[in-house]
Design a protein around this ligand. Structure first.
Ligand code: PLP
Length: 369
């Protein structure tokens, strides 16, 4: 016979998930109601309002997708790409490549531009690529979790309007932890996840469409090629019609609502500042240990730091030791950076000086002198 569930308590300082706030876990423990219960419908409205706040948008089409960040990524692509559309993807890491693959599966004529992993695109580089490819959609990753680089978005929305193109942005590792101003920046489509900056367990993922993107959806020649993620159907559940679409993961939505409420209580600005301050504290501590950070300070994400593994050090062995002996999770490198970096996340509830102190204390013990 199986023993009752026993999972070790870890300090999650990897690329996500982050540890959820205790109040979020408590909210998740609330007994479920039905997915059309008036109390639950009211909670969905609150989630929409709070998502608009954390994204700084007025988009009426703002919901949580029942699934992880990749499901929200898929919702974004499925609802915006029509077969034959030219989609230009800025690839500067692993998740840019996922966008390329996904857009192709929805029939897009995908073009990509790329940067070495750890670098970002300048506005001039984007302008040149837009003039060459004339895309219907430009897709960028705001926070590339595989490299720790933050793609600046100021001016990109204006550029897209000049070329009559929609701007699609991955905010999976930025929402809640890095300043984002969707409307001010002219972002038309964005998605995120619950398990990083929002400090909630994975499974309920934010997705939003601007009025421009909603208009394109309305005028489509083809039906959205994914029933579950079709916003024209989903919005009949999230909007005033309240038509059954799928059985929402009720308890996850309780958790998401509490996670968002905590951010609103703290204040979004304060939350961003906390992430920045604790990241700077971490960077200083890592540099004091004579470790090199992979991304230049100007483009470094506060939520995810890539640290170069020093010559002669077995990076995997260190990560394993951190997990097995100290219950600390950090990430390894992906793709081009596999074996070359560790990835340290400081997101949501984990963005605290105590997390940084604990990691640095342990690194001091395990790194070769
Ligand atoms: N996009 C980025 C930038 C990510 O970091 C991730 C996951 O880490 C995803 C998309 C996919 O999200 P998920 O793993 O929640 O499906």
């Amino acid at each position: 016979q199986l023993a009752p569930l026993q999972i070790p308590t870890r300090l999650l300082l990897g690329p996500g998930p982050s540890n959820a706030h205790p109040a979020v876990l408590q909210a998740m423990n609330t007994p479920p109601v039905g997915h059309l219960d008036p109390a639950f419908l009211a909670l969905m409205d609150e989630i929409q309002t709070l998502l608009r706040y954390v994204w700084q948008t007025e988009n009426s089409h703002t919901i949580a997708v029942s699934g992880t960040g990749t499901a929200a990524m898929e919702a974004t692509i499925a609802n915006s790409v029509e077969p034959g559309d030219v989609v230009l993807v800025g690839v500067m890491g692993y998740f840019g490549n996922r966008l390329v693959d996904m857009a192709g599966r929805y029939g897009a004529d995908v073009r990509s531009i790329s940067k070495p992993w750890g670098e970002v695109f300048s506005l001039d580089e984007l302008r040149t690529a837009m003039a060459t490819h004339r895309p219907a959609i430009l897709a960028l990753v705001h926070a590339e979790t595989s490299t720790g680089a933050r793609q600046p978005l100021e001016g990109v929305g204006d550029l897209c309007r000049e070329f009559n193109c929609l701007l699609l942005v991955d905010t999976v590792t930025s929402l809640g932890g890095v300043p984002i101003f969707l409307d001010e920046w002219g972002v038309d489509l964005a998605y995120s996840c619950s398990q990083k900056g929002l400090g909630c367990p994975p499974g309920a993922s934010p997705f939003t469409m601007s009025p421009r993107a909603a208009e394109k959806l309305q005028q489509r020649r083809h039906k959205v090629a994914n029933w579950y993620l079709d916003m024209t159907l989903l919005s009949k559940y999230w909007g005033s019609d309240r038509i059954y679409h799928h059985t929402a993961p009720i308890n996850l939505y309780y958790a998401l609502r509490e996670a968002l409420r905590l951010i609103a209580e703290e204040g979004l600005e304060n939350c961003w500042q906390r992430h920045q301050k604790n990241a700077e504290y971490l960077w200083q501590g890592l540099e004091d240990l004579e470790l090199t950070l992979h991304v230049p300070r100007e483009f470094r994400l506060p939520t995810l730091t890539t640290v170069r593994i020093p010559e002669g050090v077995d990076g995997k062995a260190i990560s394993r030791q951190l997990l097995s002996e100290y219950n600390i999770e950090i990430g390894g490198g992906l793709g081009e950076l596999a074996g070359k970096v560790w990835r340290v996340g400081l997101m949501g509830f984990n963005s605290r000086p105590e997390s940084v102190d604990r990691l640095l204390e342990v690194l001091r013990q395990v790194l070769p002198k």
